[in-house]
Design a protein around this ligand. Structure first.
Ligand SMILES: [Fe+2]
Length: 209
């Protein structure tokens, strides 16, 4: 049996730089009937824990530490006695939500996470956030893109700790070279494909300009 992908949509507020925006987040669960990982435990622990069920939770993996992607991570991790993994460059953002708690493990570019016999390769893709990471699962034909790449182009870079040239470089160097048919499973909104986003490459506008 290969890993399957479950999706839970949770709702809450994204807060940064003194602003607050109501958002829906895609929470991804990758695994089989016995074990799984959660990618981006945002907003609401209960529906995430319900989707995990009795399975062993190997880790809560955070693509980045904006509050809407991590604010249910501690409750989910504690309920399942699982670690939280995050790229260390996310520390300043992480501490806004969790000033008294550190992540349990560090994500690194090239690291491979194996769940239910399926490998997910960590791609460090800074720009939306300094330690933003994507997870590429070649056997599943998917990349979990967090807020780095959406249906329609790059993630937002208008707020603190973001940088537009950096996100363009990350997407161009690390994501667009993936197989074109790769499904891009995003942190918000509908999925897309590498081919669809590569075709729009010349139309990306600089949201910071
Ligand atoms: Fe974000």
């Amino acid at each position: 049996m290969t890993a399957r992908i479950d999706k839970v949509i949770t709702s809450g507020a994204f807060e940064l730089d003194g602003g607050s925006w109501d958002v829906d987040n895609n929470v991804w669960i990758v695994g089989d009937d016995s074990e799984c990982i959660v990618i981006d435990a945002g907003h609401e622990a209960a529906p995430i824990l319900e989707a995990i069920g009795e399975r062993t939770l190997l880790a809560v993996v955070s693509t980045h530490a904006h509050n809407d992607h991590v604010n249910a991570a501690a409750e989910v991790a504690d309920a399942k006695q699982a670690p939280i993994w995050l790229h260390p460059d996310e520390a300043p953002l992480w501490q806004m939500t969790y000033p008294d708690r550190a992540p349990d493990g560090a994500l690194a570019h090239g690291q491979v996470i194996t769940v239910a016999g399926t490998d997910l390769q960590v791609l460090h893709t800074p720009g939306h956030a300094p330690g933003a990471c994507c997870l590429h699962a070649p056997e599943l034909g998917v990349v979990f893109s967090g807020d780095t790449l959406f249906n329609g182009g790059p993630g937002a870079t208008g707020r603190s700790f973001s940088d537009y040239p950096t996100i363009v470089e990350s997407i161009s160097d690390k994501l667009l070279p993936l197989p074109p048919e790769t499904r891009v499973l995003t942190g918000h909104g509908p999925e897309t494909t590498i081919a669809a986003e590569a075709a729009l490459r010349g139309e990306w506008a600089d949201p910071g300009s």
